[in-house]
Design a protein. Sequence first.
Length: 159
Amino acid sequence: MNGTHEPETGTEETVVLRPLKVSVFAWVGAVALVASLTAIALVLRTTDTGVFFRVADQVALILIGLFIAGGILLMARPRIRADAAGIEVRNVLQTRYFRWDEVVRIAFPDSASWARLDLPDHEYVPLMAVQAVDGQRSVEAMRRLRALHAASREPRTGT
């Protein structure tokens, strides 16, 4: 259930989903933060602020900006990869794979920020790649995921 999974090859559809607006905001915010802190670090050395600002301080300020930007970019990491066999859910820090027979349903509760996989025993896993702020794009994502889930539950006819 929690291992990695390589999608099956063949003609089956593989759905790959990522959040759009959060990713854009994360990238813009990270770049703006690093640019701002870099500019501040460079300017503070040449202006008279009453504080002796050294090269090590400049480097440290830029590095702090890079670390914070890296944290912001974690919000752009979520992804879903689903095919006929199951669904791989990558959220901010963890990646998990579920076969479709382990999934009870795919839900998007009222006033929730993102969708979720409902599992047996009242457990669930957030699907941070399908976010409410993406509007119609998330509606289409839910349709595609639910279609794959429903197809996995249909009895298969042999040849």
